[in-house]
Design a protein around this ligand. Structure first.
Ligand SMILES: Cc1cc2nc3c(=O)[nH]c(=O)nc-3n(C[C@H](O)[C@H](O)[C@H](O)COP(=O)(O)O)c2cc1C
Length: 372
């Protein structure tokens, strides 16, 4: 199981845990895997706090940070954040804001308390991601930075590689993997369409070997639909050097996922998700609910592009998070099809060890087939 990538990063198991929760990063890293903190929801100051906390917990063990710089979004050449925000706001039709508000009203989600207004912000852009990369690179234990939704800009790649860290990116198509190869990335995460969060529509078993072929000597990490050691064995058999899981860490005991959302996930089966643009303007696999169905229904306003739709949903999310029980039907719960196997809470360490044992059991089963 110690792939070349494991040796390069100095980790025991090639299991990468994408999570927004620092406790999960620390727990997975300390158990011999590799935690990756999704940083997009943090400002630079908060990220500094999170990384200091992780540094304290993991000793000298390595971990990673993930940002989102999409390859295409509205106003992407505008470097002044205030100017960019004004452009994005102007591109949002009132009809879309009204529709979002109506969905909340239809589900009796209260307004935010007086004196606690939501401050609109633009997220998932180069302007917001670059300061996060600057913070991450100040931390010696951060050995890897990943980017979602495109190849990072050349100056970001250079900055990370010059600092001695590995830089990589997710992809959902072989053509996107080719962009990553051409840009000189150090690893590629091939995410099949069954995965949670932003995702394409090619299934993992088809995508992984296609990306391995395009990547040549560059290590490929398989993502999308992996929740067990048996699935991990399949990914490694198809040429991946590791597995990158997101969904399964949402319901571990250390995760900060709200109890309401955890319950929804425990109850869902693997057909309970949908790929929908209704939250971010790009396809996200998430639990199907009244929000996704509202935006995706014919006759209703169509989801805007990125980052406008995220701005529309941002103010709704503030209310949804504040009143999780009332907003149950609208909860933003990105998760992959593996949700059907996420039925109870378990610690990160135990989940990781279950994966290792499942991997060993399946490779032994396969080896036994070779004996006569
Ligand atoms: C709740 C959630 C949020 C995610 N956010 C990001 C993100 O900000 N950046 C990123 O690179 N990937 C993100 N992803 C995708 C994961 O990195 C990972 O590729 C994916 O979860 C793998 O598929 P799986 O969900 O079947 O494990 C997210 C996934 C989930 C479930």
């Amino acid at each position: 199981m110690r792939t070349e990538l494991c040796k390069k990063l100095g980790i025991e198991f090639p299991i990468f845990a994408f999570t927004h929760c620092r406790d999960v990063v620390a727990a997975v890293t300390n158990a011999g895997g590799f935690g990756v903190l999704g940083a997009t929801g943090f400002g630079p100051e908060q990220l500094e706090i999170e990384l200091n906390w992780i540094d304290e917990k993991v000793g000298n063990k390595p971990y990673g940070v993930d940002v989102i710089i999409p390859n295409k979004y509205e106003g992407q050449d505008v470097r002044d954040p205030e100017k960019h925000k004004a452009i994005i706001k102007a591109a949002i039709p009132q009809r879309h804001r009204d529709f979002a508000r109506q969905l909340l009203e239809d589900h009796n989600v209260p307004e935010l308390p007086e004196g606690k207004p939501y401050r609109e912000r633009v997220t998932m852009t180069e302007n917001t991601a670059v300061p996060l990369v600057d913070v991450a690179l100040k931390h010696d234990n951060v050995k890897l930075i990943a980017n979602a939704l495109g190849t990072p800009p050349p100056h970001v790649i250079k900055q990370i590689q010059d600092s001695g860290r590995m830089v990589g990116a997710l992809c959902g198509k072989p053509a996107h993997a080719q962009y990553h190869v051409d840009a000189g990335l150090d690893f590629i995460i091939a995410q099949g369409g069954e995965g949670g969060g932003h995702t394409g529509d090619i299934g993992s078993v088809v995508l992984w070997p296609e990306v391995v072929k395009v990547a040549g000597d560059i290590p490929v990490i398989a993502a999308g639909g992996i929740g067990s050691g048996e699935q991990m064995a399949a990914a490694l058999a198809l040429g991946a050097q590791g597995v990158w899981c997101g969904s399964i860490w949402l319901t571990v005991s250390e995760a900060e996922t709200s109890e309401t959302v955890k319950e929804l996930m425990f109850a869902a089966d693997s057909s309970g998700t949908v790929r929908s643009k209704s939250f971010t303007g790009k396809h996200v696999r998430m639990l199907k609910n009244a929000w996704s169905e509202g935006w995706d229904a014919e006759g209703n306003p169509e989801s805007l592009g990125a980052p406008m739709q995220m701005m529309v949903s941002g103010s709704a999310l503030a209310r949804i998070h504040r009143y999780p029980e009332q907003a149950k039907e609208l909860a933003f719960a990105p998760v992959g099809q593996i949700v059907g196997s996420m039925n109870h809470s378990i610690s990160s360490r135990n989940l990781l060890m279950d994966m290792v044992n499942g991997y060993l059991a399946s490779t032994e089963r396969l080896s036994a087939l070779l004996e006569d």
